[in-house]
Design a protein around this ligand. Structure first.
Ligand SMILES: Cc1cc2nc3c(=O)[nH]c(=O)nc-3n(C[C@H](O)[C@H](O)[C@H](O)COP(=O)(O)OP(=O)(O)OC[C@H]3O[C@@H](n4cnc5c(N)ncnc54)[C@H](O)[C@@H]3O)c2cc1C
Length: 284
């Protein structure tokens, strides 16, 4: 039960939502699917007076156009799974959606944008958006602005959302790619300990051009261009050398109840290699 009085706003205009967020600032929060916000309010982890519900503003469509996919702020994981297969690398969003745990309640309520805005390091969406070079669409008192996902995720639970701003959607390029995704978790229903999304050029040889983005390993996604590690034939070094190199790229690893940072650093190379192998296997 939420024990504090909360005023629920459901604006019909974006400008009204922005004005409410600007006026009430840290006393207000956007309500997406509520799968994170409502439990936090119930536990008393967050103290608010106002919630700004997006449900009457639209933003409920995933739109596929030539070369890109736009996902509105209210698009849920279930929505992505019910859509036709996205073209090219954009399919990564559907792969992520297919592995979200918590059952239909979470997949039908939880949104891509809610996960992005919350930026919990143990979730998959931030790294998937960085892997896809997503563009984040924001709207605030100064009007709209768009920034790359890599610049949006600042730290654990910290994103580049300014006072009065909300996330209206994300756009990902649907470029042709060989794609491999791997998620390490303790059990079928667990959140990930580490994820890796490998994106390779479509007709490349071996791992040439491979970029792998690691998630849940550090406070923000880690995007690794493998070029410096490949030999002239596009081959990887030994597993041990690659794992050592990956471990060196991590900086401060993420530590939570799922796994200590030392474990995450240790498994990062294995998770990265599994994603790379999948990218090759699935695209033979
Ligand atoms: C049981 C369970 C299992 C889960 N399993 C997984 C899993 O396997 N993998 C995984 O990656 N994640 C998992 N999650 C996390 C899940 O992905 C997120 O809870 C969900 O995507 C958050 O979206 P939401 O719309 O419900 O956000 P909300 O709870 O509505 O909001 C979350 C935060 O973001 C803010 N916010 C929301 N939308 C916007 C917006 N448009 N603009 C600005 N701020 C906004 C809110 O104010 C709030 O602070 C799980 C969650 C639960 C509860």
């Amino acid at each position: 039960m939420i024990r504090t009085a909360l005023r629920h706003h459901a604006p019909t205009e974006l400008a009204e939502a922005v004005a409410l967020l600007d006026t009430y600032a840290e006393r207000a929060a956007v309500l997406g699917g509520g799968t994170m916000l409502v439990p936090r309010l119930t536990r008393g982890d967050v103290d608010l007076d106002h919630v700004i519900d997006l449900r009457r503003l639209g933003f409920g469509a995933a739109t596929v156009t030539a070369g890109s996919v736009h996902v509105g702020a209210r698009v849920t994981y279930a929505h992505l799974l019910a859509a036709s297969a996205f073209p090219g690398a954009a399919q990564l969003l559907q792969r992520v959606a297919g592995g979200i745990t918590g059952g239909p309640q979470i997949r039908c309520q939880g949104t891509i944008c809610g996960s992005a805005a919350y930026a919990n390091p143990s979730t998959e969406v931030p790294a998937a958006l960085v892997a896809l070079d997503a563009t984040m669409h924001l709207h605030g008192p100064g009007g709209p602005r768009s920034i790359p996902a890599a610049a949006f995720f600042l730290d654990a639970y910290s994103v580049d959302l300014r006072r009065g701003e909300l996330l209206t959607g994300v756009t990902v390029a649907a470029r042709a790619a060989r794609l491999g995704y791997y998620k390490l978790k303790l059990a079928e229903g667990s959140w990930p300990i580490a994820t890796a999304a490998a994106v390779l050029p479509p007709a490349g040889v071996g791992y040439t051009g491979a970029v792998v983005t690691l998630g849940a390993i550090s406070t923000r996604p880690i995007r690794l261009d493998l070029a410096p590690m490949l030999d002239d034939s596009g081959r990887l070094p030994s597993d041990a050398d690659l794992d050592d190199w990956v471990a060196e790229q991590i900086g401060e690893p993420w530590d939570d109840e799922l796994a200590p940072g030392s474990y995450r650093r240790m498994v990062a190379g294995v998770v990265l290699r599994r994603a790379l192998h999948r990218a090759l296997e699935e695209n033979r």
